[in-house]
Design a protein around this ligand. Sequence first.
Ligand SMILES: [Zn+2]
Length: 335
Amino acid sequence: MLHFLLCSMMEKGLLPKLSIGLALVLLASCADITSIQGAAGEEQANTTSVAAPPTPAPVVATVVPYATREVTIRPGEVQFLKFQRPAAFPEGELWCGDQKFPVQEQGTELISFISESYFSELERRDCSWKTASLVYKIANFSIQKRTFPQEFLKVNPRTIELSGPDFERVKSEQQVLGVIYANSSKVLFFEMPFKRPLKSRITSYYGIQRLYNKVKKGQHLGIDFRARVGVPVPASNRGKVVLAQDLFFTGMTVIIDHGLGIFSIYGHLSSILVNVGDIVVPTTILGNSGNTGRASGPHLHWGVKVGQHLIDGLQLIEMTEKEFAHGRQNLSSNI
Ligand SMILES: [Zn+2]
C-alpha cells in the first residue's frame, strides 16, 4: 500500500527530492503496478479524443535500474563489471546465471570480475543484483563460440594412470585447493594491470586440447613459457601467497590470491622462495623454473583462476591493461 502511495505521489510530482536510484527503482516498480492495474481492467479517462483508442495490452515491466549493458565474452575469458549499487536496495548479491561473484566498493560503485568456463556451451547469461525480493538486471553477457587447436605430448606414464596412493594424494590436494579458491580476499590486492611472468616464448597457449602419450585426453587450461631450469619467476601482479608446496600435477607450485576471486598459479618450479602469507609485488621472485610434476620438460606453467574457472591469462592481461591503464582509482570505462 505504501508502495502504491509512493507511486501515485511520484506520478503527481509530489516527491521532488528523490535520489536518482530510488526514483529509478520506483519508476520501474511503478510501471509494474500500472501494468497490473491495466490487466485488472482499470482504464484512465481520456479527455483529449472523442473516440478512446483501444486499451493497449499491458506490458510487464522488467526492473532495470540502469541501462543494461551488453557484454561479449568467450569461453575461458574474464570481463570487468562496474555498476552503481542500487541506492534503495544496497544489500544484495551479484549473480551471473547460477554463479555468485564477489563485488568490491569502488567509490560510489561496485566492481567485479566475471569469468566464463572453458567448457561453456551457453549463448547468453544475465548478470543481476539480487535482493531477497527483487532482481536488477545489470548486464547481458553474450557468449561467442571459440575453437582450440590440438597438441600431442609425451609425459611420465605414472601421471596418466594414477596408482592408488597417487590418486589419494591428488584427491587430498584438490580438497586443499578447493578451500583456497573458496576463500579469496574480499578486497583487491592490485592497482595496476597484470603482466606476463616471463618474457620468453610461449610454447603452449591456453585451451589447447591435449593428447597425453596418445591415450589420455585433456585441456591445457594455462600458458606455458619457455624456461630452462633455474630461471627466476616473478609474480604477475600484487597479491598474497596462499599456497607454496609440491603438488602432484603442477609440481612445486606457488599460488597467489589477488582478491575478488582472482588467483595466479606458477607450476613445475625447481625451487620456491616465498611463504604462505607473504604479500608479493611484480618484482618479487616467487621461485625458479623447473620441470617438477607432470611436465614434458622444463618450462613455467602459468595458470589464472577467476571465480570457478581457469581462464586465459593473456586475455586477463589485455583486459586489465584496458580497464586499469591508469590504476584502479581511475578506471577507464564501465565494462
Ligand atoms: Zn602448462
